[in-house]
Design a protein around this ligand. Structure first.
Ligand code: NAD
Length: 219
């Protein structure tokens, strides 16, 4: 397991030398707010994009306060399903996109697959398309261990996935397929991270996340 302090220690010398502008989508969420805090702490410039559908203003407030560098943060309140919000968020010289905005509950996706498709799949294509338009250096995006589906092989092998167990998992796999396409056909550099139960610090996880832990669902 890779630990957050170890990653930070590797990044510190690199990022203290170079200042970049990062777009963190889902910045008011659990992972996005920690990324925002870490980048600001390293002297980076950050724009956040979030519509607060499952995220919290207090996560953002805490990230800015803990970093001590709130002046390097700007925020666009909007949805990734609206391409103009994506454009607004990437329009001011963004170098890298860390895409974490998504609906992230397995049980909720089983109840409303259409909404999950709209936000997680259409929203993702919007992000990729706008990243192309603005010649973003790289899009790093959150996919999920949920794409392994019912494949129980351990340790996990990236290409060995099973049958999907939720619409959420399908949307995350679609993200991986779209990213591969945008890289191969348009030359947009993309990296997907298949997160599994990420935990850090004392910030508030969303209700979705609390329910996922309680019910033992794979995310
Ligand atoms: N936390 C985990 O253990 C875990 C595991 C696997 C994958 N992931 C993925 O990592 C990412 C972040 O997860 P998290 O735990 O921080 O979730 P989270 O729910 O705390 O954060 C997601 C953020 O995205 C925002 N958002 C949702 N829909 C949006 C939209 N249409 N437009 C703009 N913003 C929108 C929410 O308001 C929220 O702030 C998600 O893509 C999730 O699927 C997380």
């Amino acid at each position: 397991m890779t630990r957050y302090p170890e990653i930070l220690a590797c990044l510190q010398p690199l990022l203290h030398e170079q200042k970049f502008h990062w777009l963190v989508t889902g910045a008011a969420g659990f992972i996005g707010s920690h990324l925002t805090e870490a980048l600001l702490s390293l002297g980076q410039k950050v724009t956040g994009l979030d519509n607060f559908c499952t995220g919290y203003q207090r996560n953002l407030d805490s990230a800015l306060k803990e970093s001590g560098r709130g002046e390097n943060f700007s925020f666009v309140e909007g949805s990734i399903t609206e391409i103009d919000s994506c454009r607004e968020a990437m329009s001011k010289g963004v170098d890298f996109v860390l895409h974490h905005a998504a609906l992230a509950s397995v049980p909720a996706s089983l109840k409303d697959p259409v909404e999950y498709e709209k936000v997680n799949s259409l929203g993702f294509v919007n992000i990729l398309q706008v990243a192309r338009e603005f010649k973003i250096k790289r899009v790093v995006y959150a996919t999920s261990s949920a794409v392994y589906g019912d494949n129980e092989t351990m340790p996990k092998v990236e290409d060995e996935i099973g049958k999907f167990l939720s619409p959420y998992a399908m949307t995350k796999y679609m993200n991986e397929i779209c990213a591969e396409f945008f890289t191969r056909v348009y030359g947009l550099e993309c990296t997907g991270l298949r997160y599994l139960m990420s935990l850090a610090g004392g910030r508030i996880p969303t209700e979705h996340m609390r329910l996922s832990f309680r019910d033992g669902f794979q995310r």
